[in-house]
Ligand binder design. Structure first.
Ligand code: ADP
Ligand code: MG
Length: 313
């Protein structure tokens, strides 16, 4: 089976960790061991991942280093984070595949751009907080000088917010399909991809925004005609009435059943909401099956025995 695996933040950095390279390497190694189980079972795996803490750290480094070296714009910081995380995955995959005696599945990490619509309503309403906290004075100076949007975050200071537009197309789609054809294990569209717009003259241009990695993962799955979209996170299943005494884990549902639960509002925006939305889009547009599961049950979830499974009917 061709499987698109979208990894959550916990695959690279656990809650409460500092963000040391050694911590991230150790987490990535554990994640890769799960994925190599899938590869050894005969599946073709394409990996995508979040980048919140990593791009956050890069933005802080840029902000604090501003006096000594020029700060980079957000699209460039996003590309840096794809390289940083992709490199760690490539290192772990090479070593783990070699140790397990798997050949012909060499890893490759692709700096990936994702096209968004400049008319996307998200551009009028930036919602996604990024980068360091700041004082009111410094934030107001930045608003004045750059036109950026900064908001006060109750008690924690001021923070920049950027738009989160819907992903429309993967610029590197053909390259990606070529690489898959050759058997490479691909790490692509990290952090939801680098958001770019196509100008009226047909030229691409990076924009200051972030794309949700679950929705971008769905677009990638559709772009490579994956049989299965797997979103791996830090809970074993999706729940209704999550975090209440009425909470119930969901095991297997049809598309229509999941659609009606979504309408009832069980899935929080910013966490489970985009995952469910991505799975629904995938199955609605012809995908066989979508799964939301915990990273440590990856192969079991692929085989249908763990996680929340959503099938067409
Ligand atoms: P990731 O980095 O994997 O995208 P998120 O924090 O964005 O992780 O989303 C996973 C989190 O969603 C879980 O840790 C859980 O606390 C939360 N969550 C919100 N609503 C639900 C729900 N209905 N069922 C399960 N988990 C939920
Ligand atoms: Mg998330």
């Amino acid at each position: 089976m061709r499987v698109l695996v979208a990894l959550g933040g916990n695959a690279i950095l656990q809650r409460g960790q500092q963000g040391l390279a050694s911590e991230q390497r150790a987490n990535v190694q554990k994640t890769v061991e799960q994925i190599v189980r899938m590869i050894k079972a005969g599946h073709e795996v394409i990996v995508t991942h979040g980048n919140g803490p990593q791009v956050g750290a890069i933005l802080i480094q840029n902000e604090m280093g501003r006096a000594a070296v020029p700060a980079m714009p957000m699209d460039v910081c996003g590309a840096e984070s794809q390289g940083l995380i992709g490199y760690m995955f490539c290192e772990s995959f090479s070593n783990t595949l070699a140790r397990e005696g798997v050949t012909g599945r060499d890893p490759v990490c692709l700096v990936t751009r994702v096209e968004v619509d400049p008319e996307d309503p998200a551009f009028a309403h930036p919602t996604k907080p990024v980068g360091p906290f700041s004082t009111e004075e410094a934030a107001k100076k930045r608003i004045e000088e750059t036109g950026e949007t900064w908001i006060s975050d109750a008690g924690r200071g001021w923070r920049r917010v950027v738009p989160s537009p819907d992903p429309m197309a993967i610029v590197e789609k053909d390259v990606i399909n070529d690489l898959l054809e050759k058997g490479f294990t691909l790490i692509a569209s990290g952090g939801g991809g680098i958001p770019v717009i196509k100008r009226p003259d047909g030229q691409y241009e990076g924009v200051e925004a972030v794309i949700d990695k679950d929705l971008a993962g769905e677009l990638l799955a559709a772009s490579v005609k994956a049989d299965l979209l797997m979103i791996l996170t830090d809970v074993p299943r999706v729940a209704v009435h999550y975090g209440t005494p009425q909470q119930q884990w969901l095991e297997r549902l049809t598309l229509a059943e999941m659609e009606s639960l979504e309408k009832e509002g069980h899935f929080k925006a910013g966490s489970m909401g985009p995952k469910v939305k991505a799975i629904l889009r995938f199955v609605r547009s012809g995908g066989e099956r979508g799964v939301i599961a915990s990273l440590d049950e990856a192969l079991e979830a692929l085989e249908g025995g763990a996680g929340t499974q959503v099938c067409r009917n």
